[in-house]
Design a protein around this ligand. Structure first.
Ligand SMILES: [Zn+2]
Length: 339
């Protein structure tokens, strides 16, 4: 019994297995959200802790006491650190939906969690093997927590392996980065990603894969019916581009997640700009015909300014003071693209 390995991560998995010969104290697995980093990390933890690895040491046996404890989520030599908000919803892979990017306490890994980890790594192991900790996502470490972690990274006890998983390694302290052996996950080939989505019976696979920027596990999550219905309703509203339409759309969606709305608007703006400059679009492929029509009418200078406006809105989208006012403002500027 082992965590599933997504086919596009097979090469990376082989590299990890080879690292066992001379195992670094700290590993950083990084790459886009929604491509299976966490699944690989968890599979590797199982392998490291397994007492009788199979297939030349490349697969956890699934039978030994260690594998049994991992299956139950109760291995005494393993700790998983993640923000409290992810504890409640531990089913998904390393998906980072826009809502999960916030700076509120529940979405951070706290210094208390790292202090408890520092105690854990200095204990002797229960099974005489390794002690392993998984930190996911590492960018959720707040400043104090990151500094506390550095102490362990600087003087790692023997028999301890720290595995950090990150969607945004640029947000990590350089001192943390420099102490980790880094492995970068890349996006799968679109054909392979699509084949996998079809095999898993994901509806509208190509459109969802585009919306997910090519990340298959994120695409699988976005295929959820409610999400697509919300998205369709909002994007359909963007097809009408008068002041009155903008005000009505803002009123209709004022109670909606601003993070989600701004995210869709950013993809929409990107597609409009891209269509004007290159004739290609990337994200909202199921609206290709409508976007082409709009792109032909949009003012390029204002379209570029709108990108900056959306970036600013995105920065405060988690806690807007007055969501309807912000949304009205943004949508009026949107209508103005086509005047
Ligand atoms: Zn085992």
């Amino acid at each position: 019994m082992s965590s599933p390995l997504h086919p596009w991560n097979d090469n990376l998995w082989q590299r990890l297995v080879q690292l066992r010969v001379q195992l670094p104290h700290a590993l950083l697995l990084h790459g886009r959200a929604g491509i299976g980093k966490l699944a690989v990390a968890e599979r590797f933890v199982r392998l490291l802790l397994c007492e009788q690895p199979q297939a030349g040491g490349s697969v956890a046996c699934g039978q030994c006491p260690s594998c049994h404890w991992m299956g139950q989520g109760s291995h005494p030599d393993f700790r998983k650190l993640q923000p409290a908000v992810l504890e409640e919803d531990d089913t998904a892979d390393s998906i980072e939906t826009p809502e999960r990017k916030s700076a509120t306490a529940g979405q951070q890994i706290s210094v208390a969690q790292i202090r408890s980890l520092n105690e854990f790594v200095h204990l002797s192991t229960h099974r005489g093997g390794l002690r392993v900790a998984l930190i996911h996502p590492a960018e959720a470490l707040n400043n104090a927590a990151a500094n506390a972690l550095l102490k362990t990274l600087e003087e790692p006890p023997a028999h301890v392996v720290l595995i950090l998983v990150s969607h945004h390694p640029s947000r990590l302290l350089p001192t943390i980065l420099s102490r980790c052996h880094q492995l970068r996950f890349t996006l799968p080939d679109p054909t392979d990603a699509l084949a996998w989505l079809n095999q898993h019976k994901v509806q509208h696979a190509a459109a969802c894969l585009a919306q997910a920027g090519g990340a298959p596990l994120l695409a699988q999550q976005l295929a959820e019916t409610d999400y697509q219905a919300r998205r369709q309703a909002f994007l359909t509203g963007l097809l009408q581009v008068s002041v009155a339409d903008s005000l009505r759309l803002a009123e209709q969606h004022a109670k909606h997640s601003m993070v989600e709305l701004i995210h869709w608007l950013q993809q929409w703006q990107h597609d409009l700009l891209s269509l004007q400059l290159t004739g290609q679009l990337r994200y909202q492929v199921d609206f290709a015909a409508q976007l082409r029509g709009l792109a032909g009418r949009a003012n390029l200078i204002r379209l570029l300014a709108f990108e900056r406006r959306l970036q600013a809105a995105r920065a405060s989208a988690q806690h807007p003071l007055n969501p309807q006012m912000v949304l009205e403002d943004v949508l009026l500027e949107y209508a103005n693209l086509f005047v």
